[in-house]
Design a protein. Structure first.
Ligand code: ARG
Length: 247
């Protein structure tokens, strides 16, 4: 009888540990790959080294919703998909546009942000008004981005490819390229800091998604469920307002 009681007590302890969050073992960790060079979506705080931005707040909120802790792994943009495929992290949150080409290699969550490419030029430039004025010009881009893709399609252009997004903007500001093609919200953030550049209206329609290994269908479902919960709870809007208030 005593032994039975002890067994009952023990098993209820085990059950309590399983159902009560924070009581039992630590939460599972969601490892998130990002290229932290793309404010306001992902960047590193200069002083603290902390990883900040819309995407990272969003993936942390998704993690909370599905009972997972998040750990950020900062990797160069062009190594992000290979790193996901070799298992260095479980997903990618990096303002990554859902494209047919990428879908051949990875799965994407439901879209979480609508975006588009814009042409950034010097503020004093009066000749380049849109993409159609870019023929034969030199254009700086971040390597392997959708901006790189559209720039490479323009007739007679010289495409200057950079590992880091801010370096593509810097090339323009140095007078070494005629224009830079980059995502709208990033151009808008950078133009607020550097008054010597301007940007036009978006000329592509893109959606960002969280990339997940194609074999990890369980995680894909969880992340979609978490994203839906974060949207339904109002948390998504809160994060949106934090990073894009006044846009
Ligand atoms: N949206 C563009 C793409 O998917 C650029 C994303 C760049 N992201 C970054 N964290 N640098 O190609």
């Amino acid at each position: 009888m005593k032994r039975l009681l002890a067994l009952v007590c023990l098993s209820s302890l085990v059950v309590a540990a399983l159902v009560a969050p924070g009581v039992g073992a630590a939460k599972p960790v969601l490892k998130v790959g990002t290229s932290a060079d793309f404010p306001p979506f992902e960047f590193q705080d200069e002083k603290t080294g902390e990883y900040l931005g819309f995407d990272l707040d969003l993936i942390r909120a998704i993690g909370d919703a599905i009972g997972m802790d998040t750990q950020i792994v900062n990797t160069g943009w062009d190594g992000l998909i290979p790193g996901l495929m070799t298992g260095n992290y479980d997903c990618i949150a990096s303002a990554m546009t859902i494209t047919d080409e990428r879908l051949k290699a990875v799965s994407f969550s439901d879209p979480y942000f609508s975006a588009g490419q814009v042409v950034v030029t010097m503020a004093k430039d009066t000749k380049i008004k849109s993409v159609s004025d870019l023929e034969g010009k030199s254009i700086s881009v971040q390597i392997g981005t959708t901006g790189d893709l559209v720039a490479s399609d323009i007739k007679g252009v010289t495409v200057k490819r950079f590992n880091l997004a801010p370096d593509a903007i810097q090339e323009l500001r140095n007078g070494a390229s005629h224009a830079c093609i980059i995502d709208l919200a990033v151009a808008s953030q950078i133009a607020r800091e550097y008054k010597d550049i301007k940007y036009g209206a978006p000329f592509t329609m893109e959606y960002y998604g969280i990339a997940i290994n194609r074999s990890n269908t369980g995680l894909l479902k969880k992340i979609n469920r978490g994203l839906a919960m974060v949207k339904a709870s109002g948390k998504y809007d809160e994060i949106y307002d934090k990073w894009f208030a006044g846009n």
